[in-house]
Design a protein around this ligand. Structure first.
Ligand code: DP6
Length: 366
């Protein structure tokens, strides 16, 4: 598969059959948490290695895109609002996104847009909103495309939404559908692609149904290292080659784990992935420590509790200090009690978010 398949073609449903003067579309799109991490990318948002994530259910962005035809078709014209407040500092990122996707959605300069967005999670939670935000915006653009072109099949809609979302933020391409999404070419996963996310196509044991993710907000500040800077650290990184190979191997190892429901093996693999991500940051030049003392306190408490109880509690980390505590639904009551009694004390202002595996984005009628 190549980028070409997403460029409008005059002889197919990819070309526009309708004309629309104005309208409004709304999507809610979730965040996701990677189990095998995407860290390192090539030109045009192509990942250095395949990744896989759980789509989340509660942490979402809701975006309404209002559009109306304009005279001048030489520039992009848009305003962005977060929680009703105009946000000009969001504009450069969206401008870059529009520039990257214009060839695939060539109507962009014909309309003036109002982008209104809100998140279900607190803005200053240290939770990245780029995956949910960029996927919601990509879906809104696809909805306009579908209005212009109603015969577009659903599969193509989702695949192209993921393709566009990737050009906004890599991990965003894993937020269109659920519950487990693979992004990046892997010999172990048929149909996987560097260009868009794919629903994990093999059997998944019921142990993973409604898998829980409690996000402990250790540090709610702005990201210390932007994702662009972070990914670039993998260029010329002394361990890059081995790391990319390890991600391929880990994705392959997950297949029998998902099939058999082996939670011990699952936990070992995801914790190793999380710590490897941070190890890459600690060993790059320049180097960063994104964990905080409380991140380590939490990890040690999780390990001790797991050893004492035999419960299947594990963790993963993003490129920050917050801890995602992952565990199966049927152990939720004991593990939540432990979180409340022993881990919440390490969260900033005692804040945490309860989430679980979800099934992707939804269009809303407003
Ligand atoms: C550590 O998707 O935020 O969360 O493509 O530059 O927007 P850009 O990066 P982004 O990187 C996410 C990195 C990660 C791991 C992951 O989600 O796989």
């Amino acid at each position: 598969m190549t980028e070409q398949q997403f460029i409008p073609n005059p002889d197919s449903y990819r070309e526009y059959s309708n004309t629309i003067e104005s309208g409004k579309v709304t999507w809610e799109s979730p965040s996701n948490i990677a189990l095998v991490k995407y860290w390192g990318k090539k030109k045009d948002q192509i990942p250095e290695n395949p990744s896989i994530s759980f789509t989340l259910n509660n942490c979402k962005t809701i975006t309404t895109l209002t559009f109306s035809k304009k005279e001048d078709v030489h520039n992009f014209e848009f305003d962005v609002f977060l929680d009703g407040e105009k946000k000009d500092d969001f504009k450069p990122k969206i401008q870059t996104f529009f520039e990257r996707v214009e060839v695939y959605v060539p109507f962009l300069k014909q309309y003036k847009f109002k982008i209104e967005t809100e998140n279900t999670f607190p803005h200053s939670s240290g939770i990245a909103s780029s995956a949910s935000g960029m996927s919601a915006l990509a879906l809104c653009l696809m909805s306009i495309k579908k209005l212009l072109n109603p015969e577009m099949p659903n599969d193509y809609f989702n695949q192209k939404a993921s393709f566009l979302a990737r050009l906004g933020s890599g991990s965003a391409c894993r937020s269109i559908e659920g519950d487990l999404i693979v992004w990046g070419q892997s010999n172990a996963i048929e149909g996987s692609s560097d260009l868009f996310g794919l629903k994990y196509p093999y059997r998944v044991h019921e142990n993973f149904t409604a898998y829980q993710d409690t996000i402990l907000l250790v540090d709610k500040g702005e990201k210390q290292v932007s994702s662009t800077v972070g990914h670039n650290l993998m260029h010329k990184h002394p361990y890059a080659k081995n790391r990319f190979q390890q991600a391929h191997d880990n994705l392959e190892k997950l297949k029998p784990i998902f099939e058999s429901g082996d939670l011990d093996a699952f936990i070992a693999l995801i914790e190793s992935e999380a710590l490897t991500l941070h190890a890459m940051m600690m060993t790059s030049m320049p180097y960063f420590i994104l964990m905080k003392p409380n991140t380590l306190e939490i990890i040690n408490k999780i390990w001790k509790f797991r050893q004492e109880t035999g419960l299947h509690i594990g963790f993963t980390l993003d490129a920050g200090a917050n801890v995602h505590v992952l565990y199966p639904k049927n152990e939720a009551s004991q593990i939540l009690e432990f979180i409340n009694n022993e881990l919440v004390a390490y969260c900033q202002n005692g804040h945490y978010i309860c989430d679980q595996i979800g099934f992707g984005a939804n269009q809303l009628t407003m």
